[in-house]
Design a protein around this ligand. Structure first.
Ligand code: GLP
Length: 247
């Protein structure tokens, strides 16, 4: 498979990065009001999401016809569990943007039938013609969503035993008395690569090595984000701390 030159945009700080990321989402929705959108949970997208909420308030964008797809979830957790991806998304994104339930399609990670959840998600994405835009954070181990190192580059939605690093870093989303679940459910690399637009956002020195690997390392599932270089128009938005230009 052919790799492409990645468009890297270096922002002066997190606020500028968040603004740029939001502009991408807004442009997609303004061009296609019924766009299918996937936005990662986690700390990095918070600023971008605040910009989206502000833009909606100002009438600069209308999400009322969009479909929102959940990227990933900790197995066993749902929207009422603090620390879960859905808790984050409902609180920061869906409620402030007044997104209706019918527009939200997320994994039920509490289901006994997780494989069925994956099948349903795969079918839904196929019927929608894939994602129009996905905004991804990046894990320090290079994961995107819960596509962990050494998993399949051509996988669709799946359940995965989480990497030790993911569990260790993931503790930040939970109260110290709660141990993060050992399994995750996620859209697969194949579905991320098929998204019409792929935007990766990274901020802070802790992401430096992961960003360097993504941009300049070997393209391999040892570092899942690097696989996104197969996407013809991957955009990586970084701040000064998470990026060193390599010629
Ligand atoms: C988490 C999530 C990802 C997220 C990434 C980075 O574990 N599974 O969807 O994008 O790791 O998170 P953060 O932005 O908090 O650094």
């Amino acid at each position: 498979m052919k790799t492409y030159t990645t468009i890297v945009k270096e922002a002066k700080d997190y606020d500028e990065l968040s603004k740029h990321a939001a502009e991408h989402v807004i442009n997609v929705v303004n061009k296609k009001p019924e766009a299918t959108i996937c936005i990662a949970g986690g700390d990095t997208p918070k600023g971008m999401i605040n910009n989206l909420v502000q833009a909606k308030k100002e009438g600069a964008v209308d999400f009322s016809q969009c479909q929102f797809i959940g990227l990933d979830e900790w197995v066993g957790l749902g929207e009422n569990d603090p620390g879960s991806c859905q808790h984050f998304l409902y609180h920061h994104l869906f409620k402030p943007l007044e997104i209706e339930r019918e527009q939200i399609h997320v994994f039920d990670a509490r289901s006994e039938e997780l494989n069925e959840e994956c099948t349903k998600m795969n079918q839904l994405l196929d019927s929608l013609g894939g994602l129009d835009i996905v905004v991804l954070g990046i894990g320090v181990n290079g994961h995107v969503g819960f596509n962990e190192p050494e998993t399949g580059a051509d996988w669709k939605a799946h359940v995965i035993r989480l990497d030790e690093k993911t569990l260790q870093v993931g503790q930040k989303y939970f109260d110290s008395s709660i141990t993060p679940p050992k399994f995750g459910i996620t859209l697969g690399m194949k579905q991320l690569l098929h998204s019409k637009e792929v935007v990766v956002i990274a901020s802070g020195e802790k992401k430096l090595s992961a960003v360097q690997q993504l941009l300049y390392g070997e393209v391999s599932m040892e570092h899942p984000a690097s696989i996104l270089r197969y996407h013809p128009s991957l955009r990586v938005l970084v701040d000064q701390h998470s990026f060193v230009k390599t010629l």
